[in-house]
Design a binder for this molecule. Structure first.
Ligand code: SF4
Length: 249
């Protein structure tokens, strides 16, 4: 049976992107193929001996389950977190980069899908061949494009284009984190790439959560980035990381 290295599982409120505010069960996979400068999930880069599972939503009180987890064990955990009430919009697969464990996802998602109204994938959008393993079972894709000014990595636009083409038959949106140093052309390139696949794909411009105020993008600069992207795309929203404001997971 396929197994996975999982960093954490919890029930919480989505804090980013087009589904901000929706309740989800989150399954956060360990491992990432990128090394973004401002990564807020660095602790997921390495494999963990144990997966932490939040006992009571919002409590930050965890029980620990030995990795790797097989699909049956993970199914039992997400089923418990779902509970009997119909509170969850969807189950969210996140990371790290969840598609690095695509074989497991391809086996697990069909087992878990009936427990939730929808399935949701958060990804850095660099592994289009892996996406093809799971896209039949995913309802919504949140695809990040990491840009040099915030992440220190040069995006592989051809990989992102192929990824978006594969994801566009489902609900998909693109997310790009920006800061005070982000030049307009970096967001313009993201908007152009997205529009080259489908002008109707929404773009979320996410002001990076930064410790140094000098890195925080000013509202006027954010609006200029949004206006430029709007020339190419039908929907462009500026949405900060609300879970960071709440102090939530
Ligand atoms: S893709 Fe996400 S998890 Fe991976 S290094 Fe970048 S920010 Fe961190």
């Amino acid at each position: 049976m396929a197994t996975a290295n999982i960093a954490e599982v919890f029930s919480g409120i989505q804090g980013e992107g087009m589904l901000v505010g929706e309740r989800q069960v989150f399954v956060r996979f360990s491992g990432c193929n990128l090394r973004c400068r401002y990564c807020d999930s660095r602790w997921t880069w390495d494999q963990h001996e144990d997966c932490r599972v939040e006992r009571i939503p919002g409590s930050s009180s965890f029980v620990f389950v030995r990795n790797p987890l097989d699909a049956t064990r993970l199914l039992s955990i997400v089923s418990d977190l779902r509970g009997e009430e119909n509170l969850h919009h969807s189950i969210c697969f996140t990371g790290g980069e969840p598609l690095l464990q695509g074989d497991f996802l391809a086996a697990f998602i069909p087992m878990a899908a009936h427990l939730f109204p929808m399935t949701y994938l958060e990804t850095n959008g660099t592994l289009p061949d892996k996406l093809s393993q799971v896209i039949d079972h995913i309802d919504i894709v949140s695809m990040d494009i990491k840009i040099p000014s915030t992440c220190g990595v040069k995006p592989d636009m051809e990989a992102h284009r192929r990824f978006l083409l594969a994801a566009d038959r489902k609900h998909v949106f693109v997310k790009v984190a920006v800061n005070a140093q982000t030049p307009a052309h970096e967001v313009a390139e993201v908007a152009a790439l997205t529009a080259s696949v489908d002008r109707a794909i929404p773009l979320v411009i996410q002001p990076a959560t930064v410790e140094d105020a000098a890195d925080r993008i000013a509202p006027a600069a954010l609006m200029r980035l949004q206006a430029a992207a709007k020339e190419k795309l039908e929907t462009v929203r500026a949405i900060p990381q609300t879970h960071k404001m709440l102090g939530a997971l």
